[in-house]
Design a protein around this ligand. Sequence first.
Ligand code: TYD
Ligand code: MG
Length: 453
Amino acid sequence: MAKLKTTFFCQNCGSQYSKWQGQCTSCKEWNTISEEVLQKPEKSDWKTPSSTSTKRVSRPLLINEIDVSQEARMQTEDAEFNRVLGGGIVPGSLTLLGGEPGIGKSTLLLQIALKLPYKTLYISGEESQKQIKMRAERINPSSNNCYILTETKTQNIFKQIEELEPDIVVVDSIQTLHSDYIESSSGSISQIKECTTELIKFAKETATPVILIGHITKDGNIAGPKILEHMVDTVLQFEGDRNHVFRILRANKNRFGSTNELGIYEMQGSGLREVSNPSEILITQKDEELSGNAIAATLEGMRPLLIEVQALVSTAVYGTPQRSATGFNAKRLNMLLAVLEKRAGFRLGAKDVFLNITGGITVDDPAMDLAVVAAILSSNEDEALPKDYCFAAEVGLSGEIRPVQRVEQRIVEAEKLGFSTIFVSKYNKISLKNTKIKIQLISKIEDLVDFIV
Ligand code: TYD
Ligand code: MG
């Protein structure tokens, strides 16, 4: 019997080794290297070279001669999804959608597949056809061009594809697929690489777009090799807090558009609903003004978003004061507290400080700083801020109020939502005219204290 060809892969980063070793030299993880059987047959994957006998040899073209007009994108019914992709699905492209288990990846893609005006093949290796049908009934019971296939072997999948000739293929998930040409089990690095290569070949040869679902590891990376992310054209990330209803779809890599776009969804009983005006939902509608609340005009990707920050400052009862931040960087919170203490003379050293960004979302826009400081001051003084104030500026270590990018976009959004005053840095260049909203320019943290305390 011929000797099986094996090789060793790091299950964490995908590095390849010729022999086993305890630690991966490239990602430094221990015990992640395991043996996988490789078997490259002569005959290969999606159609053998003989069946596609049109031998194309590419030749160099002048850049001005290259025709891009046939790159018409396929529009889905979902405006958020189209926007994140940069204007629709590009024919022949491979898109990878990653996200934690239970976040709604299958729901999102099934929902899009059900509403597509094209012949769609939804391949699931995770759920049975009945389970998918039950889910589909919750979302959109009628669709007559969406086919469901439960299969995990790529050779069988391609056989079905050849018969059906779908316009779009969705695979749930890449980790469940396996190819006969590789011996190792599904989900292993070599299987993922092989199946993705076969799918890429199929997508490029037939100009059929393929959307893959990918699992995520506990540290938030797409499971399997980093190589997977290099192989596909677009990597989308679906994130959010499972206990909250909001989900954010963003592009981490996009060969056909910007990675700044963002899609926001709300998980409902009947699938995911597109949220076209997120600010209205993220700000609690309340009649009375409460201390410790401030509104930040932030940007998520390219979209302005007004978010509520809540702070609670109270005297520490048990020895060391507690500092806790949900949805905001805890180190940044400590820094802002130190600035308040040193530059504005607030004695917060003996107080517990809790900070919460409402809606279960995490923001790392530096423009949040000023709202965080305002919320802390408001709670510390037990004095409510006027509820039509909002804030957009970074706070520096010496207590200076620093400018932020795209401030005009933030101002316009705040005005649209009916805020009366926005606090921004004096050093921001603003050329907006005839704004109804009052633009309050400040340069030091003391200026803010004067206004709100
Ligand atoms: P799912 O798409 O299976 O997640 P993933 O594929 O990312 O693992 O969806 C997970 C959750 O979504 C599930 O816990 C139930 C919830 N859900 C709703 O709230 N409403 C719905 O209409 C559907 C279909 C799911
Ligand atoms: Mg799923």
